[in-house]
Design a binder for this molecule. Structure first.
Ligand code: FES
Ligand code: FES
Length: 156
């Protein structure tokens, strides 16, 4: 089956019902997307499907053929980190880091829908992304900074 991952067309041979997470990690070696719970409860495996944040641990690969799949590996460009990654770095969000690729993907999808989310809107949008290290206050701060960086980029 053919997939489009981070703008590249790739061919994979996994069974149709294999979760996208394992195709990304085991077949395509894109290991930035993490396994946490495997039952759509933690958000560690968040990727984008046609721009929408989804749980790759419960998404069969057959359901994503011919769709645009974006992972954390596709966020930085030749010109540098994405604004959300930059904000994460400047805010020093990560503690152990395990949940953070999922957090960044969720935040990126949120900011594409809502350019300037309030704290309650951030909390609501990110509620499905669990962080065992409790980095939520820094995540909130980083989302605000990312919103400002994106606005700056757009006005330049
Ligand atoms: S691993 Fe997919 S939501 Fe937890
Ligand atoms: S930074 Fe450790 S789980 Fe979130």
């Amino acid at each position: 089956m053919k997939l489009t991952v981070n703008g590249n067309e790739v061919e994979v041979t996994s069974e149709a019902d294999t979760p996208l997470l394992w195709v990304l990690r085991d077949e395509l070696n894109l290991v930035g997307t993490k396994f946490g719970c495997g039952i759509a409860q933690c958000g560690a495996c968040t990727v984008h499907l046609d721009g929408v944040a989804i749980r790759s641990c419960v998404t069969p690969v057959a359901a994503v053929a011919n769709k645009d799949i974006q992972t954390i590996e596709g966020q930085a460009t030749e010109t540098g980190l994405s604004p959300v990654q930059q904000a994460w770095l400047e805010t020093d969000v990560a503690q152990c880091g395990y949940c953070q690729s999922g957090q960044i993907m969720a935040a990126t999808a949120l900011l594409a829908q809502n350019a300037n989310p309030s704290d309650p809107e951030i909390d609501a949008a990110m509620a499905g992304n669990i962080c065992r290290c409790g980095t939520y206050p820094r995540i909130r701060k980083a989302v605000h900074l990312a919103a400002a960086l994106i606005a700056e980029e757009q006005s330049a």
